[in-house]
Design a protein around this ligand. Structure first.
Ligand code: NAD
Length: 311
């Protein structure tokens, strides 16, 4: 199979690795050249990790995966390559307007048989499906980070998605050893509808000085069996993506628990983006041994602290 992927950030490159490891040809594009240039080194690392983790007796797998990947700086060249693909997968920022504008521009140029998949973590498939102009062949396949190591994929059909489109997505995912499950088309679907408000609550407790990063994560790991804890997870998701997802979910639900706490915007502004920038809720200078950071400077204790944020 051939797949066209737009957006090669945290999740795009996870999907690129996944498809390429399973012998699919991948054509990908990102508007940020630096991010696009990082794809192949990242895939080489992740595919080698997968060989070790799954004890695959296939030392050539990383090289084979790399050979299956084609990157395009030029949008036009990417769209031309996408014309010969079976699936067009969008993995750009969590921003409905951005996604719909890209879909309106690109998808109508592709042959009618090409499926449109979205990796959105919270947005309405029906709106994107209409923008793509092919609602019957549109579906959400929401992978988890890092894609090659997380089996679950949330599959969200829209009101006009055909049963054949659902079946095709399930078959492709199962063939790649993923575990697809159906989720409702509500903001955040199943996983993020439950997870995001909890993560935002944790950040509010941090911002009001009631919990530390370290105690918060130790508590969740040792008492609820979370593999990482909420703050470390946020660093992997990336702080800017948390901010975008929270805002979109608030706008689509009007639920005040979804409204992003100020700490998220302040961290984005300060470059504390998580693992990608080496600093988030943790200091990632030594990626094998991340250190929980002291958030004293982010705690809001007085009106002056709040006013300082506006400077
Ligand atoms: N980060 C996670 O853990 C996670 C998990 C599941 C789903 N998601 C979803 O996946 C999608 C992508 O998130 P991410 O975490 O990979 O974000 P990211 O910021 O790491 O990557 C998004 C990429 O989109 C690119 N992009 C933006 N506008 C573009 C355009 N016009 N043309 C081409 N490329 C463009 C950016 O340059 C960036 O590299 C979002 O919908 C997000 O909600 C994220």
């Amino acid at each position: 199979m051939k797949v066209a992927i737009i957006g090669t950030g945290v999740m795009g490159r996870g999907w690129i690795t996944q498809f390429a490891m399973f012998g699919h040809e991948v054509h990908c594009h990102d508007s940020n050249k630096k991010i696009l240039d990082g794809v192949k080194p990242f895939v080489a690392k992740l595919a080698s990790k997968a060989v070790k983790k799954f004890a695959l007796e296939d030392p050539e797998l990383p090289d084979r995966a790399l050979a299956a990947i084609h990157t395009y700086e030029d949008r036009g060249a990417f769209v031309d390559a996408a014309k010969g693909c079976d699936v067009f997968l969008e993995v750009v920022f969590e921003d409905m307007n951005l996604k719909c504008n890209l879909l309106r521009e690109i998808v109508p140029q592709l042959p009618e048989n090409v499926y449109f998949w979205s990796n959105t973590s919270s947005l309405d498939i029906d709106v994107m499906a209409e923008a793509s102009g092919r609602p019957a062949r549109s579906i959400i396949t929401h992978g988890m980070n890092p894609v090659p190591f997380m089996a679950g994929v949330e599959v969200v059909p829209g009101t006009k998605t055909s049963p054949e489109t659902v079946g095709f997505a399930r078959d492709v995912l199962l063939e790649m050893k993923k575990l697809p499950f159906l989720a409702p088309n509500i903001p955040g679907f199943w996983v993020n509808r439950l997870l995001v408000p909890q993560m935002l609550d944790a950040m509010r407790f941090l911002e009001t000085g009631q919990i530390t990063v370290e105690d918060g994560d130790v508590g969740l790991r040792t008492s609820l069996g979370h593999p990482q804890g909420t703050f470390k997870l946020a660093d992997f998701i990336s702080v800017p993506t948390m901010l975008r997802v929270a805002l979109e979910m608030f706008q689509n639900t009007n639920d005040p628990r979804m409204y992003p706490p100020a700490i998220l915007a302040r961290m984005v502004k300060n470059g504390d983006h998580g693992t990608m920038t080496g600093k988030g809720f943790y200091d990632w200078s030594d990626p094998r041994n991340p250190k929980p950071r002291d958030f004293g400077a982010y705690v809001v204790k007085s009106a002056d602290d709040l006013l300082d944020m506006l400077k």
